[in-house]
Ligand binder design. Structure first.
Ligand SMILES: [Zn+2]
Length: 444
């Protein structure tokens, strides 16, 4: 394998030609095989033949999460069920689960895409790769697993949880690459410290982290904690799973989209119109090669921007910014919009605080009320006489945090200091928001 996979350095015209060929096939496939799309196209008075260019894609209707739920389990599948070799799905915490399906060719493409991501991050054939993403219906574990094997890495399928065992295997197997959610890798690193193991002394060189929004400050923190390169991977099951986009270590300022397989758009979530390059909006993806579950203009709910400027690494593919947050997770606190990852930035900048926080939401009358629960670091806790979080020193810290949030993020919120190790640790996706709004309404 050369430094790049060929398609990553194609000139843009060549990539557009390939995308157009593949888009035509995808549109024909869904029109012929999926009644949901045929009906949606007909309602919009669009024949597949009238789509004549990549730009015409914008005339097609969007697909949203609720469409997947409404057609649960198999009604969006474009192949006979006999051709499906794998299902994945969401947990369905907010209603019915969603199911996604893959043919053997889909699995092969996905493995190729993820192998390319691991290679981009710095992984090489022969490396040992420790995969701490959850295995199961969630796409993280098996997505990275097949890509790792495809690249030729010796893969440790440990999944999430059982942190002390993870640490033993990292010490014994000496992996060069680790894959996890950022919050879980943080948990592993801090648990190492508690066990008097210096995380910077492990064999790990590269971390591939994703499945939850995280901040640049969290990256810095993890890189220092382990003396490692921490790189962002993006994906969602509705599009394929992890691997839709991957950050290169040379640039570390955006994720290269696998444009030979996925077509990206960025829209204003209110007007649904495209936004200019570089402007934040909602990411929308169309799959270009999927057989079992092709998807047209899927609204991801993820907020990011894109750029087509060539990257310092030499790749020519479109890059997306780090995801700033999900539309669903955006908090509106006294009229100000803010994502949890923005709060995280300020928490990580303050030395007196640990990196563990949660935002609790409740109702005060008709208004949303937000309280930032954050742990003070051990050293600060030790410096408070009697370790009393009501002590004036602690109260000064609360004022300091409130002032920073007000000045920097323009949000006014209450702050509650917690003793070290009192906020639940992540073993997969971190729980940043504790929403008690329905409960507090019921009480009033
Ligand atoms: Zn790059």
């Amino acid at each position: 394998m050369s430094t790049y996979v060929q398609e990553e350095t194609w000139d843009r015209e060549k990539m557009r030609d390939l995308q157009w060929e593949r888009l035509k096939t995808t549109i024909e496939r869904v029109y012929e095989n999926v009644p949901f799309y045929r009906t949606a196209f007909q309602e919009a008075q669009i024949e597949p033949e009238s789509i004549q260019s990549l730009e015409d894609l914008q005339r097609l209707p969007f697909t949203q999460k609720h469409h997947l739920r409404e057609h649960y389990p198999f009604d969006l599948i474009a192949t006979p069920i006999e051709e499906v070799v794998r299902f994945h799905g969401s947990s369905g915490t907010s209603g019915k689960p969603t199911v996604v399906a893959y043919t053997q060719q889909d699995i092969d493409h996905w493995a190729d895409i993820v192998a390319r991501c691991i290679y981009m991050a710095g992984g090489r054939p022969g490396d040992i790769l420790h995969n701490a993403y959850g295995y199961g219906l969630f796409t993280g574990g098996l997505g990275l697993h097949y890509g790792s094997e495809r690249l030729g890495c010796a893969t440790v399928p440990i999944s999430g949880g059982n942190t002390s065992r993870q640490i033993t295997l990292i010490q014994d197997f000496k992996p060069r690459v680790i894959c996890a959610t950022p919050s879980y890798l943080l948990n592993i690193g801090e648990t190492m410290k508690e066990m008097a193991i210096d995380p910077t002394t492990t064999s790990l060189k590269y971390a591939i982290l994703g499945a939850e929004p995280w901040s640049e400050e969290m990256r810095d923190y993890i890189e220092q904690l382990f003396d490692i390169k921490a790189l962002d991977i993006y994906g969602l099951s509705e599009i394929i799973g992890p691997g839709v986009a991957m950050e290169c270590p040379e640039g570390q300022d955006g994720l290269h989209i696998a444009e030979d397989h996925f077509l990206v758009e960025v829209i204003d979530p209110e007007t649904l119109q495209p936004v200019a390059e570089g402007e934040d909006g909602e990411l929308v993806f169309t799959s270009l090669t999927k057989e079992a579950l092709p998807i047209i203009r899927y609204r991801t709910g993820d907020i990011a921007s894109i750029t087509r400027e060539q990257c310092v690494c030499g790749r020519t593919t479109t890059k997306m910014s780090r995801v700033k947050g999900r539309i669903d997770d955006m908090l509106i606190i006294r009229g100000v919009n803010v994502f949890p990852s923005e709060i995280e930035r300020y928490v990580l900048q303050m030395e007196a605080l640990s990196s563990h926080y949660q935002i609790h939401l409740s109702k005060k009358g008709v208004m949303d009320h937000a309280v930032l629960h954050v742990e003070v670091s051990e050293s600060f806790f030790d410096s408070i006489p009697g370790q009393d979080l009501k002590h004036p020193l602690a109260q000064d810290l609360v004022k300091d945090i409130q002032h920073t949030l007000k000045e920097q993020a323009l949000v006014t919120m209450d702050v509650q200091l917690n003793a070290p190790n009192t906020i639940p640790r992540s073993e997969g996706k971190a729980k940043r928001i504790v929403d008690q709004r329905k409960a507090s309404v019921a009480q009033t």
